[in-house]
Ligand binder design. Sequence first.
Ligand SMILES: Cc1cc2nc3c(=O)[nH]c(=O)nc-3n(C[C@H](O)[C@H](O)[C@H](O)COP(=O)(O)OP(=O)(O)OC[C@H]3O[C@@H](n4cnc5c(N)ncnc54)[C@H](O)[C@@H]3O)c2cc1C
Length: 215
Amino acid sequence: MTLKPITPKSRVRVRRLAKRAVYDEEAILAILDEALICHVGFVDDEQPYVIPIIHGRIGTTLYFHGSQSNRMLGALSDGIEMCATATIIDGLVLARSAFHHSMNYRSVVILGRATAVLDPDEKTRALEATMERLKPGRWADARPPTDKELEQTLMVSLPIEEASAKVRSGPPADDEEDYDLPIWAGELPLSLTPSNGLVPDPRLIAGVDVPGYLQ
Ligand SMILES: Cc1cc2nc3c(=O)[nH]c(=O)nc-3n(C[C@H](O)[C@H](O)[C@H](O)COP(=O)(O)OP(=O)(O)OC[C@H]3O[C@@H](n4cnc5c(N)ncnc54)[C@H](O)[C@@H]3O)c2cc1C
């Protein structure tokens, strides 16, 4: 367990609809693994930014990577305060009243300071974790990064220590007097699934079969 305990003063204590708060490390890590991307918030030259970026996880460390000229990663490398948010949408919640419409979701917020990753071995492991989280089996298939490519990669790591999850599931929560209204109410589940099969690269050489992990 590396999560800091939640106290009344914790910055990540969920205050609004606190019943939806989840502080369990396993649940937080599972949401991070399933979410495709994070949105990273930081302040640069007094201007707040929130930028989408792919993440990888090893244990209780989150990794972000990009080019050496990446402005956000450069700013994060300096150890400034940052926030990483991951969100999964599980469905639309259609209530009888407009007011109580909602979404079912699982989201995580992590606060902290990142550190630049300089060790090429750690960089490689983090790149593998990032790729394998998104498409298991791909790392073994892909050409490994060269030393030069690793040098060109700017990477930061963020400890998952100060973190919270918030989860909504289930039917709408209408006002009691609205349950007799003749209005359809319920959930429209949503999920991210592959669509329309694979599209081979037009430059794919002849005779390369689709690997098993993509079928
Ligand atoms: C799904 C997804 C995954 C991504 N994964 C990665 C990743 O793993 N690594 C990586 O380096 N980058 C990734 N990107 C791109 C990333 O969002 C940034 O564009 C990139 O990291 C450059 O960051 P920067 O701070 O150098 O941007 P700059 O070019 O310095 O930003 C300048 C301005 O450009 C605009 N801008 C920058 N990025 C975006 C954006 N994504 N959408 C709209 N406007 C933008 C903003 O107004 C910003 O203030 C991803 C984007 C998406 C949508």
